[in-house]
Write a new protein. Sequence first.
Length: 519
Amino acid sequence: MIENVTKDFEEIKLTDVTSNSVDRKCIQMLPEELLIEIFDKLDQSSRIAVSRTCTEWQRIIFTDCRFAKYNQLTLDHDVALEMDLEPVTLAMSPKRKFGVLRLGDVKFGQNLEGFWEKLAQTVQHLIIKEFCPYSIRSYFVAEIISKFKRLKTLDIENFFVDAQIIRLEKNLKKYTKPWSSVEKLIIGKYETEPENYNFFDNMMPNLKEIHFGTYPCIDEELIKKYANKIRSINISDHDRQVNLLYKMGESPDFQLNNVDLRLDSTVKYKQLIKFINSHPSLKSISIFSDSFPRQSIPKVQKLNLELASVINSFSPLKEFPEIRELHVKLSNYDSKCFFGHEIIPCPKLESLAICNFSSGDCLTCNQCMFQSFPNLKTFTSESCFESCTNIIELISKYSTKLVNLTNKYFVTENFCLNDSLLTWKEMKHLKSCCLNPVGTITEGGLSNFCDSCPSIEDLKFYGAINFSESMFNIVTSKLKRLRYFCVEQRRVVHERIPEGVSFQINKPNGRSVYCYRFL
């Protein structure tokens, strides 16, 4: 039975609900259960964004018992903090205890008696979006953060420069050890001079971990001073940082322990290997590069490649025994054979994403690729497999441990999904599946797919041509764990299936599935 629950407004897609452009009145018209269901599907960053879209979202998030474990409070744009405002009122509720506070560009009102004190009782992770350079704002920031005596993690998302450090330290000195409890520091972008390096020691004497983002002015003296505390660092292709990498590889003074190292753009791999060998306790390395490394780099766990040249083999993967995540994007590709007709065992690889493999239609190459990654859990392809009609069949045959599958933006419609659905193998671990386009499929193919993937909770079909009400019934009756279903329909096939709106299907077991259909 299909019950319309959103008759007076058009559908709001999940990708839109985090935007400030969304009509807030339209959001307020959504049923509370639908708001809750949407919020439950959002990732962490989208939850942060949506929580400040309007007070309706905030009320649902802060008061519904189902989100009692959602313990992050975000105070950001368009929020002037006063006691009579709903975000403050909700945060003051004795039923809510927040462990994470994200402080953005807000106006700090004077009439907030007890507000910060209540948050300080439970907040252990403070995220500061960006320090304002003006002294009056720094004064308020210092006054507020001095109240958080239980902080364990301080996260500064954006720029942290000399003027802000000096002003903040000056204001913080008025308070007794305001950050003495901080053990972990995360800085997105950092720029300072050596005379201010003692800021961390002065303000955070019990600091154990530092995570540095990318910025050209992280230099060797800073690295030397905090080498035993640095746990992650990004090195970009900026000349100064490349030279820093070289020096760290040459000098015994640079000993980074248990560090996650991320390298952006091109690097000289011989120097990188020298650096790795001189730092035996490196934890993992992520490389963002425009070429496939040819040297053996055993500690690399993540590779993100944007290749400008033609590739006909993935044989360099043999040199990465610890590889767990691989993302490959092609910008200039004209060869159908890309994997070299060779199986390259990578038993630890769990996440694979490929983009712009539009001519990657060699059946043998595709078969070898999936056979090389027997423990693959997440596979994402975008603009790939122009005319390879066997790709889904290969996935279901060789990637039986998949949890997340996204296959979208095929170049042509030669892709034939229904044949694959009819022969789909059992994938009992698959929970999330997005296929685009699905084209014309049959009830038999859809039924076999649902029987083969009984654990699916999130299902999205785009580019459907003949999706009927009986097909809706197959999906919702066979997939017992289904919580979210989205289908994009190219033409109207049944007047009872609403267009451009959200609707709810009540299942016999008392659970509901929220479905979305749009043209």
